[in-house]
Design a protein around this ligand. Structure first.
Ligand code: AQP
Length: 364
């Protein structure tokens, strides 16, 4: 009930520029909210760009849904991250709402969690700027995601924003006193940087930020490309045979799985020596909620064709009801949920920024 105290929507209470400070009621709400929650906090987000795939779902969103009862959960559509590479404005708008619908269809419950659009809470960029001033260029140059992403781009399109992406991600996380960040393995280096920056700030200005930990599971940490088991399944992959999109229809799923790369031999075994098959068994295991050993037993004496048919069946059994739910959400309703989410987390962000500004000597 506490979560819904606000009468006016976020944008009218604070206006575009937000010249109001939090009211007494806001402060009271914040105290009650913190006491009421009394749970550790998780924060995570996904960029509204490209086609979301099984890697995004299994590596991130599925874990969010699993953790949402145990944690005070904040999930974000990170549009500020998306613009670190060129985006078409109309497509970005549509994608932002679509990503929020994906969160909802995957079981993220807005009555338990805050779901919002990153650019609706300007404290993210404010804190990122401050963190920039304690970040060193060489530590940014080590970020493998930047190296991978910039390799795919024409040199003239590599922006300062893309280079700075991990600092904004650090700000996203520590702004909310986050304890745990459920992400795929590709983001773990950024979580390490987040811990370094939080700890550096604390040492310099006094205890301010919690040092967050990354969260993933062995099977879901790194879902690999169906066409290349040495590289992660990726939105920006050149070939559509790299990934299964969350919006793929039955025919497409069957075609992609049939074409998926396999290893030599024909036995269905879960082993590091068969990385392509191991990846397919991981996907099967996560979607069907079965242990890899159970799958090995189920397909003992059977070949790749039968296994791939089974994998296509479990994938479709997940995607069909998911896609049905996805179609049921109305854009306006989703926007209302996102605005209410921003309103909730805004109070936490404002309070944290006030603390940060005091510590670094800004005049308030
Ligand atoms: N292949 C993957 N296996 C496990 N987890 C994955 N994630 C992404 N790919 C895999 C996780 O999904 C979330 C998406 O975060 P993002 O939207 O910021 O995009 P990203 O990390 O850059 O991943 P993509 O989808 O593959 O995009 P591109 O092609 O642009 O690199 C994160 O939690 C990520 O770990």
């Amino acid at each position: 009930m506490l979560l819904f105290y606000s009468k006016k929507p976020f944008h009218t209470r604070y206006g575009g520029q937000r010249d109001e400070s939090p009211s007494l009621l806001d402060t009271l709400y914040l105290i009650l909210y913190t006491c009421y929650m009394n749970k550790p906090r998780i924060f995570s987000g996904i960029q509204p760009s490209g086609n979301l795939h099984l890697g995004n779902y299994l590596g991130a969103i599925k874990n969010w849904a699993k953790l949402q009862d145990e944690y005070d959960s904040i999930f974000c559509v990170v549009d500020l991250h998306a613009i670190t590479v060129p985006q078409d404005p109309e497509a970005l708008k549509k994608k932002t709402i679509e990503i929020a619908k994906i969160y909802l269809a995957a079981g993220i419950d807005p009555s338990k969690c805050s779901i919002f659009i990153q650019s609706h809470v300007s404290e993210h960029t404010e804190l990122a700027w401050i963190l920039n001033t304690i970040t060193k260029i060489p530590e940014m140059e080590r970020m493998t995601q930047f190296k991978d992403k910039s390799e795919k781009l024409d040199k003239s399109k590599i922006s300062m924003g893309l280079f700075d992406y991990p600092v904004l991600m650090a700000a996203d996380i520590i702004l909310y006193d986050t304890n745990l960040v459920p992400v795929g393995k590709d983001q773990m280096q950024h979580i390490e940087l987040t811990r370094d920056l939080a700890s550096r700030f604390n040492n310099k200005f006094g205890e301010t930020f919690i040092l967050p930990k990354g969260y993933t599971t062995k099977e879901s940490a790194n879902i690999m490309g169906l066409d290349d088991p040495t590289k992660k399944m990726s939105k920006s992959a050149k070939s559509e045979y790299n990934y299964i999109a969350l919006t793929d229809d039955e025919e497409t799923v069957r075609r992609k799985i049939k074409k998926a790369v396999t290893d030599s031999g024909s036995e269905i075994v879960y082993s590091d020596e068969k990385p392509a098959l191991k990846n397919l068994i991981n996907i099967y295991s996560l979607l069907a909620d079965k242990k890899p050993e159970e799958i090995e037993k189920e397909y003992a004496g059977k070949g790749y064709a039968e296994f791939k048919n089974g994998l296509a069946d479990v994938t479709i059994a997940f995607l069909e009801p998911f896609q049905k739910k996805l179609k049921e959400y109305d854009d306006e309703k989703v926007l209302e949920i996102l605005r209410a989410g921003a309103e909730k987390v805004r109070l936490l962000a404002t309070a944290k920024m006030e603390e940060v500004k005091k510590k670094i000597g800004f005049v308030l």
